[in-house]
Design a protein around this ligand. Structure first.
Ligand code: RIB
Length: 318
């Protein structure tokens, strides 16, 4: 199998994870049940998730001039991600994410972006050789939008395909994506981008149709306990059924899903197998606590498929 090269332009955070029974009321103090401090950030997670699946991964990002930054770079090295273009920014802290996980495994996250928001277009220019050599570019929205837009333009100039994971939810000019690109919002992100309130699969189909009017990229909406909805090259809609799993923590499930997508696409798998692999990677992440601690290796996905099957899907009738 050919080992593909992917470039991730995105955020790096240190995650401060608190397991709690409930959120405090105003003026109330509560004890957490557990605390851990781990490397995270959507860009960082997606880069490491791709490397764990066997891709050759390069990252462009910014860390602060602090101990957290040193830890983030050391972690990238241990995970076999090239961090030559993850540079330090003085006078700010590395990105921090405060993650609250409730007893249902659902999370609430507040990010203090710090150095991530100092990533600039110049950082892309400095790393232009990566655009020449990588086959896929993976992006999220935890760094400035002008950098994301410029990275998409560079990718198109060099014939690199783009996977945009428009997370966290915010509006973005998706029109700039091309027909060879992919966009992977979750339910809330798709609502923000399309203006369609999504409660059912039909709503998700409506959201994809609205997005179709705005951009030519192929769309995949991850729908949590409802699975995922994807368009294909023949404008059909595929519903990937949710996997039967014991959800512990949904943090980084989207990151694992996007890495699975990148792996399948960049190694030439067909679209349905790619979606199944991504769906299974996301499901495995939900069975584990934390962000990077939850990201599967390829052997985990193979084991999961052998015990749970590849996953069911159907075409959605309109
Ligand atoms: O996608 C999960 C990530 O979102 C966490 O690691 C946290 O850093 C936030 O950015």
């Amino acid at each position: 199998m050919k080992i593909s090269r992917v470039l991730v332009v995105g955020s790096l955070n240190i995650d401060m994870v608190l397991k709690i029974d409930r959120m405090p009321e105003t003026g109330e103090n509560l004890f957490a049940r557990d605390f851990s401090m781990l490397p995270g950030g959507k860009g960082n997670n997606q880069a490491i998730a791709c490397a764990r699946l066997g891709l050759m991964v390069y990252m462009i990002g910014k860390i602060g001039d602090d101990d957290f930054g040193a830890r983030l770079r050391m972690n990238l090295e241990q995970e076999n991600v090239d961090f030559s273009f993850v540079t330090r920014q003085s006078l700010t802290h590395s990105g921090l994410a405060f993650i609250f996980i409730d007893q249902y495994g659902e999370n609430r996250i507040i990010v203090a972006p710090g150095a991530n928001m100092k990533l600039g277009v110049g950082d892309l220019e400095n790393a232009s050789q990566l655009f020449e050599t990588c086959e896929f570019l993976i992006l999220q929205l935890e760094v400035p939008h002008d950098v994301v837009k410029k990275a998409i333009q560079h990718a198109h100039d060099y014939g690199v395909k783009v996977i945009l994971n428009p997370a966290p939810a915010q509006s973005f000019p998706v029109e700039i994506l091309g027909e060879n690109d992919f966009i992977t919002p979750n339910q809330y992100e798709a609502e923000v981008l399309s203006g369609v309130r999504i409660r059912t699969l039909d709503d998700a189909v409506k959201a994809v149709k609205v997005l179709d009017e705005r951009c030519a990229a192929r769309k995949v909406i991850t729908l949590g306990e409802k699975g995922a909805l994807a368009s294909d090259q023949k404008n059909r809609f595929l519903h990937l059924f949710p996997r039967q799993i014991d959800v512990q923590d949904t943090t980084a499930a989207g990151d694992a899903f996007n890495a699975g997508l990148a792996f399948g696409l960049s190694t030439g798998m067909d679209w349905i197998s790619t979606l199944q692999l991504a769906n299974n990677a996301g499901a495995i992440a939900c069975t584990r606590v934390g962000a990077q601690s939850a990201l599967p290796y390829m052997r985990d996905i193979k084991n999961f498929s052998s015990t749970h099957g590849e996953g069911e899907f159907r075409y959605v009738d309109l």
